[in-house]
Design a protein around this ligand. Structure first.
Ligand code: NAD
Length: 488
């Protein structure tokens, strides 16, 4: 199995591709090499896109919906049957605790196929009767087709989960995909090819190409004019680059981008719940969750108590090997990313922050020295507008700031170019209903975080994204609608 992790998957076959270029997949836990990855050339990307196009006019394109959905549901069993292999590969690539990946990444990665198979099974078209001057009327009805070849570009923080969140609906709607996983985490996407073959997905419906962004597989894919639409999860600046290239040929995009998410903690919250939730939203997956909280606003009367309790929670985190039961915090994805996060740790101190806890690299077993380890970190006392409080850091850290009034905290929460997620902590439901709609985000939780019903719309406002995916909302991107008007 480890052999296929670094291979491209084109038209149902694993291939090294034609570039003769490889790059190393490095463990963020200890810096050891996991496997060699074969970078796709522009010709390989062309072959993958051509295979996808041909699949649409082959058996896949002609298949009855029920048969197609049976195959899509079968992918769930295919992943579940290889659960341990997917888990080991995801943990190796990301370094995240086994406890986390076994409960989140792999089961949700599989569930993404089931939810969209169910949505399509229950999907129905719309009909509209209209009167006409001659009295006979007309009947309109909608019919939807797959959009075509979808380019899927995914990040490294939740590799299988975020990739299948797009491949699931794309296939359920009858499209063919070419997937470019993150260069940091190529394994589980490559492994999915084997599952696709085993459950009867025809060759060319699911293709994988490995490589980087600019002047590599990512850019080659977006620039390929035979790709009908691009769905992307990653940084906002990458989204801008992709959008420019997708503009040529007016190709549709769906973007899930960065965030600088606030948590609002009112004095009338259940403080234990708020601490438990904020501890997760700041530190889960070592802070590498797009929905994670980096700005915490706490009503002044409970500010000190909250800071001290969150500090205690941060101090209780245990960095360590993913397999260890006591580990709660994995490493960052790479040393390069750690350098970026550490530059914010430094900037916070230079900006006059009080470092409540953390701020550096933890002392760990010498066998972990080569890894991208970092301390969970909390700051207070930074000026509003400081880059640490405005830019996405994507690490296990947050700034906590006191507030006095509801209007003030709503303005503070919205004072960002991002608009992905927010958590509000209060036991006063009237207040929650009043405040939640005023926060300009794609998703706002009250007294929770990362509680996801997959039928609901998911996406970001402002610079956090374009479009909403999830449940039947995904159909707006993955299908093309035609209205048929019949004069009676
Ligand atoms: P990234 O933007 O660096 O890379 C994402 C993917 O894009 C990778 O596969 C990369 O190779 C590819 N890419 C890079 N440049 C490209 C280009 N010019 N053309 C085509 N492809 C290109 O993001 P990342 O560092 O992998 O992930 C972290 C980011 O993702 C954070 O900003 C995070 O907030 C965001 N994210 C958002 C969501 C969401 O749902 N909104 C979810 C997870 C992560």
């Amino acid at each position: 199995m480890s052999e296929i992790r670094g291979l491209n998957f084109i038209s149902g076959k694993y291939t090294r591709g034609t570039s003769n270029k490889t790059f190393d997949n490095i463990s963020p836990v200890d810096g050891n090499k996991i496997c060699e990855v074969h970078e796709a050339s522009i010709e390989d990307v062309e072959s993958a896109v051509t295979a996808a196009r041909q699949a649409l006019s082959g058996p896949w394109g002609k298949m009855e919906l029920s048969e197609r959905l049976k195959i899509v549901s079968g992918i769930v069993d295919g992943i579940t049957n290889k659960f341990e292999e997917f888990l080991a590969a995801e943990v190796a690539d990301t370094g995240k605790p086994v406890k986390l990946a076994s409960h989140l990444d792999i089961p949700r990665g599989a569930a993404n196929f089931q939810i969209f198979a169910d949505i399509m099974r229950n999907h129905h078209d719309s009909a509209f009767h209209m009167p006409t001057p001659d009295g006979t009327g007309a009947l309109n009805y909608t019919t939807s087709r797959p959009k075509g070849v979808i380019g899927v570009i995914s990040p490294w923080n939740l590799p299988l989960l975020l990739m299948t969140w797009k491949v699931g609906p794309a296939l359920a709607c009858g499209n063919a995909v070419v997937v470019k996983p993150s260069e940091e985490t190529p394994s589980t996407t490559a492994m999915l090819g084997e599952v696709m073959n085993s459950v009867g997905v025809p060759p060319g419906v699911f293709n994988v190409i490995h490589g980087f962004g600019p002047n590599s597989a990512g850019e080659f894919l977006v620039k390929n004019s035979n790709v009908d639409a691009i769905t992307f999860t990653g940084e906002t600046v990458t989204g801008e680059a992709i959008m420019k290239n997708a503009a040529i040929g007016i190709r549709d995009v769906s973007f899930e981008l960065g965030g600088k998410n606030p948590a609002i903690v009112f004095a009338d919250c259940d403080i234990d719940k708020a601490i438990e939730g904020t501890n997760r939203s700041v530190f889960a997956n070592c802070g590498q969750v797009c929905l994670g909280t980096e700005r915490v606003f706490v009503e002044r009367s409970i500010f000190k108590e909250f800071v001290s309790k969150l500090k205690e929670a941060a101090q209780n985190h245990v960095c360590g090997r993913p397999e260890s039961d006591s580990t709660t915090l994995g490493p960052l994805i790479s040393k390069e990313h750690r350098d970026k996060v550490l530059s914010y740790y430094k900037a916070a101190v230079e900006g006059g922050a009080t470092v409540v806890v953390g701020g550096g690299i933890p002392e760990l077993d010498s066998s972990l020295e080569g890894g991208a380890w970092i301390e969970p970190t909390i700051w207070t006392d930074l000026e509003d507008g400081h880059p640490v409080t405005t830019e996405e850091i994507f690490g296990p850290c947050c700034h906590i700031r006191p507030f006095d009034t509801e209007d003030e905290v709503i303005a503070l929460a919205n004072d960002t170019p991002y608009g992905l997620a927010c958590s509000i902590w209060t036991e006063n439901l009237t207040k929650a209903h009043r405040v939640a709609p005023q926060i300009k985000t794609g998703i706002t939780w009250v007294n929770s975080w990362f509680l996801r019903d997959l039928r609901t719309p998911f996406g970001g406002s402002k610079q956090s994204g374009i479009g909403r995916e999830g449940g039947s909302y995904s159909l707006e991107f993955y299908t093309d609608l035609t209205n048929i008007c019949i004069k009676l």
